[in-house]
Design a protein around this ligand. Structure first.
Ligand SMILES: [Zn+2]
Length: 350
């Protein structure tokens, strides 16, 4: 006999099979699906601006923690080179651990307001949907992983003494090249990366999703890519099954629930990239890159990341994620060429 919670999940949550049948998805979703309802509610929750300062992030998180009656818990996993806290927000008490990371590149901000909105949706309302999810999963979010870069609107962290590969002399390090699990953490020169690696080892998340932003790209059919995704491609990752299932789950939710035009990100194999590193360590790992659309479409992009976050949490909680055919990931279309008129982003390789 199924438990009451399982029955609620089965009856009301968006399942993988529902997502896999686009013809019927809309009718069933508008019949009251909780994920869609949450997504709608989220669009009216403007807790921060689209490019929030660390102080704004802090105020929003404190507000959410208070409003959640303790369900959203705040902490820090360390400090940046300038002493800013690297903020951690956690929700849920289930055995299945998830980790989201936003804004490792300080000039790629939109994952941060999306995460704040997702934390509100998961932690503040207290309905059977939230209770069912939070019983099954514990979500940790490193919110704005590069606060020193965020205040400068720069890709790198702030470390004028930075030298060597993946460093910009006089500026700092590229945090997303310093997650190499083969390097002893004590030898890692980047405090933000060290803190995330230590969090991974302390929590051993089943899923890691890392939120970034890319330039602008056009498809052969003339449509613009609004987001790209990719799973680990390092040859050190021997089994990408769960990561590709995670990619398909995100592709379906972002396209069908958020209206995004999603392509496959052409990322590299280097093991210092978070997408590869946490795949090597054994997590289902995914990179999400929101395109740098004009400012008046920031809300659309925040919503895409927000839907990705909720769909990941729900797919993990109800188990539908692990029933997805991973081979569908290989059918996600390749990203097209740059939009000729677009300003190029600072080397947007994740
Ligand atoms: Zn990036």
């Amino acid at each position: 006999m199924r438990t009451k919670v399982a029955a609620i999940l089965t009856a009301t949550l968006l399942t993988g099979s529902l997502l896999a049948s686009p013809g019927t998805a809309r009718a069933q979703l508008t019949a009251g699906d909780d994920l869609l309802a949450a997504a709608r509610a989220g669009t009216s929750e403007r807790l921060v601006s689209s490019r929030p300062s660390p102080a704004e992030v802090q105020r929003a998180l404190v507000k959410i923690a208070r409003a959640s009656d303790g369900r959203v818990r705040l902490g820090a996993i360390g400090r940046s080179n300038e002493g800013r806290p690297l903020r951690l927000a956690s929700v849920g008490h289930g055995p299945l651990r998830l980790l989201f990371v936003t804004q490792q590149h300080g000039d790629e901000p939109l994952g941060t307001p999306a995460a704040i909105r997702a934390l509100w949706t998961l932690g503040v309302p207290d309905t059977p949907w939230q209770r069912a999810l939070l019983k099954r999963v514990t979500l940790d979010v490193v919110v704005q992983a590069n606060p020193d870069g965020a205040v400068r609107n720069q890709r790198y962290n702030h470390d004028p003494s930075a030298t060597g590969d993946y460093a910009e002399p006089g500026v700092g390090y590229d945090i997303n090249r310093f997650h190499n699990p083969l390097t002893p953490i004590a030898d890692n020169p980047v405090p933000e990366s060290r803190a995330i690696l230590r969090l991974w080892h302390a929590t051993r998340p089943r899923i890691v999703v890392d939120y970034h932003m890319q330039g602008r790209y056009v498809q052969p059919d003339g449509r613009e890519t609004t987001a790209s995704i990719l799973w680990p491609t390092s040859p050190l990752v021997t089994d990408t099954t769960t990561s590709r299932q995670l990619a398909v789950r995100n592709y379906d939710a972002m396209t069908k629930l958020a209206g995004a035009n999603v392509t496959r990100y052409p990322g590299g194999d280097y093991e210092g990239i978070a997408r590869n590193a946490y795949g090597i360590l054994g997590s289902a790992s995914l990179l999400v890159e929101l395109s740098e659309l004009p400012e008046d479409q920031a809300e659309f992009q925040i919503r895409t990341a927000y839907v990705s976050m909720l769909a990941t949490v729900q797919g993990a909680a109800d188990g539908s994620l692990w029933r997805i055919d991973p081979a569908r990931a290989d059918t996600i279309p390749a990203r097209g060429p740059s939009l000729p008129s677009a300003t190029t982003h600072t080397e947007d390789a994740a």
